[in-house]
Structures are given as C-alpha cells and as structure tokens.
Design a protein around this ligand. Structure first.
Ligand code: AHR
Length: 525
C-alpha cells in the first residue's frame, strides 16, 4: 500500500474514533459541587448499636425457608437454621432482633412453640395467610439470636393474649428458679435462662393489634407493664406501642399517661414510592420520577422523628425514653405471580440509597432514637437476604448495612454540608446525605449518599481541626437505578474499593458517583 493511502486510512480511522468518542464524552454530565466539614470539635451522642436492628416476623418465607429449614433438610443447617443465611447475616453484626411480629405478635401464643416439634399445634396465620407449624418457637428464636450474637427483642401479645400469658412467657425464658415454668424450659432442653433485654407490649395496637384508642391503650399498657417482672438478674426494657407517620396525638397521649412506665416508645414509617397503599409502585420497574418520589418520601423520616421527639421532650426532657423506630423500610406492590400475603419484593440500588439516607437520619437523632429495626430481615419487604429454596443472594441493602456497621456504638460528629438540590419538575430533595462518627479506637468514619442518579458529586471535604492524612473505604453503585442481585446474577450490585479522591496538603476532594453510597475511614493528624 502506498504511504499516502496508508495516511488517508489512518486519518479516516482517527476521524471515526473521534466521532464515536466525543458524543459519548459530551453526554457525561458535569459533576455538581458540594462542601462538607466534619465538626470533630463537637462530638455528640453515641450512635446506639441498636439502630442497626433487624425484624423477623412469621410472614411469607421469612422464618420458614428464609431462616428455618429444619434439621432433616438437604439445605445445610445447624439445628434447623440454614447455614448460608446465618453466615451472611453474622457479617452485619446485628445488635438486636425483633420477633415474632408485627401483626403476627398479637395472635401468637408462646406455648404453641415449645416442646417436641412433632407435637406442636398447626395454627392458621391469620395475619398473613398459610398455616404455622410452630416448628420455630422460643427456643429456635433464641438459638438464632445466640448464633448471630444479637440481643433478643420479644414482642408480646396484647391483642389476643393476657397479662398472665405474657408474665408466664417471661418467667419461662428468664427465670433460674425452681419453678414450674423454669423447669419446663429445662425439660425442653435449655438449662440456663436466657437474657431478654427488650420486650414490647403489643404491636400497632391502633390497628392490627386491637384497633384501640390511645387513651385505652395507655391504660392497657400500664396494666401489662406491671406484670413484666425481672427474674434472676435479667433486666427488661419495656417498650410501648407508639404512633406511625404523622400520628402525633398517639405519642402525646402515651407520653402524657404512661411515660414513666416505659423505656421506649415505637414509631413505624414505611416508604412507598407513590404514598398510595392501593398502588404503592413496583420494586423494580420505575422511572426517575418514582426514584425521586421514593427518596422524597423516605426523607420524611427526618421530620417525623423530629416532631415525635419534640412531643417526647415535653414529658421526658432527660430523653430517658427511647424512640424505637422498630419498623421502617420500603414497601412496594406485590410482585406479579407472588402470594399476596408474603410481602416478597426484590431490592435494587434504590433500596440501598433509601437505607443509607435513613441510617444517616437515625444518627442525626440518636440522642432520642435508641433503636431501629428494618422491615424485614429475609424475604420480606426491604430484606437483607433473599432465598429461593436452596439458593440465597444478598441484596444492595445488605451491603449498606455491612458498610455502615463501623458507625455502631461510635460517637456522632455533626457535619456542615452545603449541597445543591436534586430537582425533578417541581420536586426537590438535597442531592447528598452525610453522617460522620468517631469510634472508640479514634477512627473517623464518613458515610455519604448521592441521591442524584445522573450527576457525580465533587465534595471539598475537611475537618474542623487538624487535617486528613489518608482515605480508604468502599463505594456501592451500579449503572442502572434498578440494578439488583438475582439468583442467576448475584454480583451486579456489590461494594468496590473507593479510590476517587484527591488529597493535596489538607485539601481533600471526594468524587462520589451518581446514585451511590460511600463509607470512608479518614485518617487524621
Ligand atoms: O412489616 C409488616 C407489617 O407492617 C407488620 O406486621 C405490621 O406491624 C406493620 O403494619
């Protein structure tokens, strides 16, 4: 080939390459700019480990299949509990686990779930459908807690139970005496009593737990609380049913009439993309409008906590009574073809963003919020783990809990964050959410959530005194807003090492990808 011909070919090839690359580059949106200062000079409250609590109800395939497969199952298990799920969940350092409901708690009779399994009664699950074999009962739950290293949070039955039944259950679990119930526990295979640090008196007594008025429940609560006894060195924190969303009157009445008898008051708030219980929105098929509305709705958690806390402050300025957000998370339409009562939903990158935003909110209010339990742990609503018979996969939400575990028990450090809004039409939310803490070993942790699905954030980051020496951590993101992990493709959304930062002298610039969750450890001087 002539050299002129060669040159022409090279030029044509170059023009083609440039023509292909330039538009793609032009489409990459410019990052937005933000500034963030961690106020290391203003350490605040401890981030209670229990903000990372979980919830396991007898509902759908959570307990049966998701956790309990039975000792004779071909699925590898330890004393009936599936090994894969337990191993994955152990990684989260779960501090506390709530059980057996939920609505189910107010129809659960503990004596059904003790003794030889083949003799236990089969009862209809009136809350969620199907028949409960009672194979998973008190011993199995507390065995699971011990395997996970989690504290037990037992939810008592007020709706269809009695104070005597509740009192007996507590004696059965926690007494070391030579009493009939403690001896029954021993005959059932457990010599030493268990510790039960948290016990709730009913669930959603304004709804599925009895449709009560707050004035009535306040009295019922006081009555039941009287019969919750501490045995053999166990100390129970008594939790009362609180309100939901903007149900401020419930909090007002409970605090006015029963605050001195309680250690915690619950709050339930679920994130629905549309806010409409009749048509909540799909877990996986959504556009940017629904991405935005989901995040706008989840951010309401901040306002709800502030306003319920303000009421609690009137009656309990010392903040002795904890606000326990013991149900939170996303709730979508039932997946087509799935059992209506099972509340099984897939989990996408959007759920990871929701999780990060809420955990940052809980840190911000950890002077009052002492526990939070995402709903729910396996196969139900915003789950950590999904199973399909012998298969198991972990979700994007799981990874957020794993990344954020560094904040458990650390001291909250306020952050001054200046960031533009992420707007869509008339709606606007902050584009970034951030939280920082210092752990007992002196390490500084920073978690960042970029809510904007299109633009990366360039964040000029500093600390109020001293300087940052090094940065390490992880980032969780994916190409699509609805990226998810499936049984066939379990690694679509998983954390990667974070390296997109520049550190020049004391100037740290972090480049946080669009739609991502980042958790960093900052080494400081
Ligand atoms: O988490 C599912 C259900 O939602 C719980 O059983 C109930 O407490 C709430 O309404």
């Amino acid at each position: 080939m002539q050299s002129r011909q060669k040159l022409s070919l090279i030029i044509v090839a170059l023009v083609l390459v440039i023509a292909l690359i330039l538009p793609a580059r032009a489409q990459t949106p410019e990052p937005y700019k933000a500034t963030l200062v961690i106020r290391v000079d203003q350490p605040r409250w401890t981030i209670n480990r229990n903000l990372y609590g979980q919830f396991a109800e007898h509902l759908g395939r959570l307990v049966y299949e998701g956790l309990w497969v039975g000792e004779s199952s071909p699925i590898p298990n330890t004393r009936g509990l599936r090994n894969d799920a337990v191993a994955a969940l152990k990684e989260l350092h779960i501090p506390v686990l709530r059980w057996p409901g939920g609505c189910f708690a107010d129809e659960y009779h503990w004596r059904d779930g003790i003794g030889p399994r083949d003799k236990r009664p089969r009862r209809p699950n009136n809350s969620w459908g199907g028949v409960d074999t009672n194979a998973f009962g008190t011993h199995e739950f507390l065995d699971l807690c011990e395997m996970l290293g989690a504290d037990a949070y037992v939810n008592g039955n007020v709706g269809s139970g009695t104070p005597q039944e509740m009192m007996g259950w507590i004696e059965y679990m926690t007494s070391d005496a030579d009493s009939d119930l403690a001896n029954l526990r021993r005959r059932n295979g457990r010599d030493k009593p268990w510790k039960i640090p948290y016990f709730a008196i009913g669930n959603e007594t304004w709804g599925c737990g009895g449709n009560m008025r707050p004035e009535y429940y306040a009295d019922v609560y006081r009555q039941y609380a009287t019969f919750i006894k501490n045995h053999s060195g166990n100390h129970i924190q008594k939790l009362a049913v609180g309100g939901y969303d903007q149900n401020y009157n419930w909090t007002e009445v409970l605090m006015a009439q029963a605050a001195k008898y309680m250690d915690g008051l619950s709050l339930h708030y679920y994130t629905l993309p549309t806010g409409d219980w009749g048509k909540k929105g799909s877990a996986t098929q959504f556009d940017e409008k629904e991405w935005h509305s989901t995040l706008a709705r989840t951010l309401r958690m901040d306002e709800y906590i502030q306003r319920h806390s303000a009421i609690m402050d009137k009656y309990d300025p010392q903040k002795r009574v904890g606000l326990m957000v013991d149900e939170w998370g996303t709730w979508y339409d039932n997946e087509p073809g799935r059992d209506m009562g099972a509340l099984y939903q897939q989990n996408t990158l959007r759920d990871a963003i929701v999780a990060g935003v809420n955990l940052n909110i809980f840190h911000k209010h950890a002077d009052r919020v002492k526990m939070a339990n995402i709903a729910q742990m396996v196969n139900v609503l915003q789950a950590m783990v999904l199973t399909d018979k012998e298969k198991m996969v972990v979700t994007p939400t799981y990874y957020v809990f794993r990344m954020y575990r560094v904040h458990q028990g650390a001291t909250m450090m306020p952050v001054d964050l200046s960031t533009p809004e992420y707007k869509l039409g008339d709606a606007a939310v902050p584009s970034l959410s951030a939280s920082a803490s210092r752990d007992s070993a002196g390490r500084l942790h920073l978690s960042l959530v970029n809510l904007d699905p299109n633009h990366a954030a360039e964040i000029a980051t500093s600390i109020s005194s001293g300087s940052i020496r090094n940065v390490s951590g992880e980032v969780l993101t994916a190409t699509a807003m609805n990226a998810m992990n499936t049984f066939d493709q379990p690694n679509t959304v998983k954390p990667a090492a974070f390296s997109s930062f520049k550190l020049q002298g004391s100037q740290l610039s972090l480049s946080v990808p669009a739609k991502s969750v980042v958790v960093l450890e900052l080494e400081t001087n």
